[in-house]
Design a protein around this ligand. Structure first.
Ligand code: IMP
Length: 220
């Protein structure tokens, strides 16, 4: 069975929309210091696979604000806990140049590892969709090698799938969701104002899961 390394039931419910057979794995992956979501997720996937000896997926997500040159990005969790989401909103407002837009992108990378080579894949490790990743803004700097951008890595290959959603940084609105949802507006609605189903349909994680699900079903 495929294991999703998370303790978040919402993520498992979301993953079940794209995958027939997936269950949670409570495992504390090492979060390496890196500016690459892919490298962080890849390291976690290798560790989790070595621990569980089952096919695993590990995700890593972050909010990349244009006016802050992509900050907080891979540091989103730490920044949420320290500066807070309203602090990020104020920082973005302050740093925005006259006439510069208030855009940002949420990114999620899902890393898959089952200890095997990806013989069916043209590239042993792939970003899932390089073209759309390139079109959606700053890249995470993953290499196209079998390290998933994790330059210290050794071990089995990892395959990466990226999803992104573009939006604007706004004053907090809405009570739903979690994390940065209240300050991230997509098509006029903040993620915190959306129902779970509405958010999942457009979310960075939903998009990454959809790409992974398609590949995984074909591979099985
Ligand atoms: P993680 O990779 O799921 O641990 O998320 C990293 C950081 O991004 C945390 O601060 C989360 O609160 C934030 N984050 C991840 N996904 C979302 C989302 O869908 N909405 C709002 N914040 C998110």
């Amino acid at each position: 069975m495929l294991r999703y390394v998370t303790t978040n039931e919402g993520k498992i419910a979301e993953a079940r929309e794209y995958l027939d057979d997936v269950s949670a794995l409570d495992f504390d992956c090492t979060e390496i210091q890196s500016d690459s979501l892919g490298a962080i997720a890849a390291r976690g996937a290798r560790e989790a696979h070595a621990h569980a000896d089952e096919p695993v997926i590990v995700d890593d997500a972050g909010l990349f604000v244009d006016a802050l040159s992509g900050f907080p990005g891979p540091y989103s969790s730490y920044v949420e806990d320290t500066v807070g989401i309203e602090g990020v909103g104020r920082l973005a407002e302050r740093e925005r140049d006259e006439g510069q837009d208030d855009r940002a992108v949420f990114r999620c990378v899902i890393a898959f590892c089952d200890g095997e080579e990806f013989a069916a894949s043209p590239d042993p490790v792939d970003r899932g969709d390089r073209v759309s990743a390139a079109a959606t803004g700053p890249t995470d700097g993953e290499a196209g090698d079998d390290n998933g951008g994790d330059s210290d890595a050794s071990g089995p290959p990892v395959k990466l799938f990226e999803g992104a959603v573009r939006g604007r940084i706004v004053e907090p609105r809405g009570d739903g969701g979690f994390g940065y949802d209240p300050i991230f507006e997509h098509d006029g609605t903040t993620l915190a104002e959306m129902s779970t189903a509405e958010k999942n349909a457009i979310s960075h994680r939903g998009r990454a899961l959809a790409k992974f699900g398609e590949w995984y079903h074909e591979r099985k």
